[in-house]
Ligand binder design. Structure first.
Ligand code: PLP
Length: 372
């Protein structure tokens, strides 16, 4: 399997062996209970009840697991996967390292819930400096971090964590498994939101966790079964269907981001431009060594909230929306959600529009927005 390119792997990921008369990707199996064998009960089939297992979900897990290079469990949302990981592993008295500049609801969960149950939380910027990991149970990094797009060297951090007896988990949401494979780089666990570029159609919520450790997968599976944060069969099927085009979507999104970055870098009315694929970006050296491709997400500052509003209102191809990684280009002024970013900070997620159309539209919208 590994000798195939990304496009081939995406198209085939998780599909059952071909059988005459069967579809390529079987449709969603909608079931809460399944028929049981009246004598042997649930022991003869994995399909007994829908919370522990569902065949549509299993195919999606096989697909994402192939792309990440580990075993996978999917969750109802990315947040369910991440909080599930944290609560599976952490006990009162444990220490966890989390990013200061990572996904904001994870930070809120850490201070509201983890600290309240006696877990020590150390917040560290993605770029470091990282403290000694002696006595740390889990280090969770996000790379590239959302929304600031800083990047950290996963292999170096895995070595440091393992030397101290800590586990390393990587939030792979922004990169996707085609952008980087954290398990190959030495991470123990991958967590991610499948809501963003992985599925890319802005029509479902999904999360997943992947690992090569049977012990960790078993513990997380028990957590998921007992707490119940599973995706429905239809969302799992839609997600699997969408995976087939991941390579195509990322290629266009990344090319669009490169072209938009070229435009923005040449404009004196745009500041704070960040994209890990730009050679003079601080994240470029590590990103270009560690990542297999750069996502279509970039960020910049337009000075204040009103100018961001004028820019988005003037653009025909840029929708005001949160989330990212979808087929439609979107802009999100993160401060409106309470994220601790500057008032004019914009995360721009490039979609799959034609590059020339998108660049022209953004240039015209910036002209129309005027200055602060
Ligand atoms: C969106 C996101 C999440 C949460 O995912 P949901 O599917 O919205 O719950 C976690 N981490 C990162 C980096 C994200 O961007």
């Amino acid at each position: 399997m590994s000798e195939w390119g990304d496009g081939t792997r995406c198209v085939r990921a998780g599909l059952p062996e071909p059988a005459p008369g069967d579809p390529f990707l079987p449709g969603p199996v909608f079931a809460a209970p399944y028929h049981l064998d009246p004598f042997s009960g649930p022991s003869t089939s994995p399909n007994g009840y829908g919370r522990p297992d569902n065949p549509t979900r299993r195919l999606l897990e096989a697909a994402v697991g192939e792309l990440e290079g580990g075993d996978c469990r999917v969750f109802a949302t990315g947040q369910a996967a991440i909080t599930g990981l944290l609560l599976t592993l952490l006990r009162p008295g444990d220490t966890v390292v989390l990013p200061t500049d990572g996904y904001f609801p994870v930070r809120a969960f850490a201070t509201d819930v983890l600290e309240a149950i006696g877990v020590r939380v150390l917040f560290v910027p993605t770029v470091g400096p990282y403290p000694s990991f002696e006595g740390v149970r889990l280090v969770l990094v996000e790379t590239p971090a959302n929304p600031g797009l800083d990047v950290v060297d996963v292999a170096a951090l895995a070595e440091q964590a393992h030397a101290a007896g800590a586990l390393l988990a990587v939030d792979n949401t922004t990169a996707t498994p085609l952008g980087q494979r954290p398990l190959d780089l030495g991470a123990d666990l991958v967590v991610a939101s499948g809501t963003k570029a992985l599925t890319g159609h802005s029509d479902l919520l999904l999360g997943y966790l992947a690992s090569r450790s049977t012990e960790l997968i078993d513990a997380v599976t028990t957590w998921r079964t007992t707490t119940g944060a599973v995706p429905g069969a239809f969302d799992a099927w839609l997600a699997h269907r969408s995976l087939a085009t991941l390579d195509l979507r990322l290629a266009r999104q990344s090319a669009n981001a490169a072209a938009v970055v070229d435009l923005l870098a040449g404009r004196s009315d745009v500041t704070g431009l960040r994209w890990p694929g730009r050679p003079d970006d601080p994240a470029y050296p590590v990103a270009s060594a560690q990542m297999r491709r750069i996502p279509g997400v970039l960020s910049f500052d337009l000075g204040d909230a009103d100018r961001v509003g004028r820019f988005v209102a003037a653009a025909r191809l840029v929708a005001a929306a949160t989330s990212f990684g979808g087929l439609h280009t979107t802009a999100d002024r993160r401060a409106q959600w309470g994220d601790d970013t500057a008032p004019g900070f914009v995360r721009l997620s490039c979609g799959a529009e034609d590059t020339a159309d998108l660049v022209a539209d953004i240039a015209a919208a910036l002209d129309a927005a005027g200055s602060v």
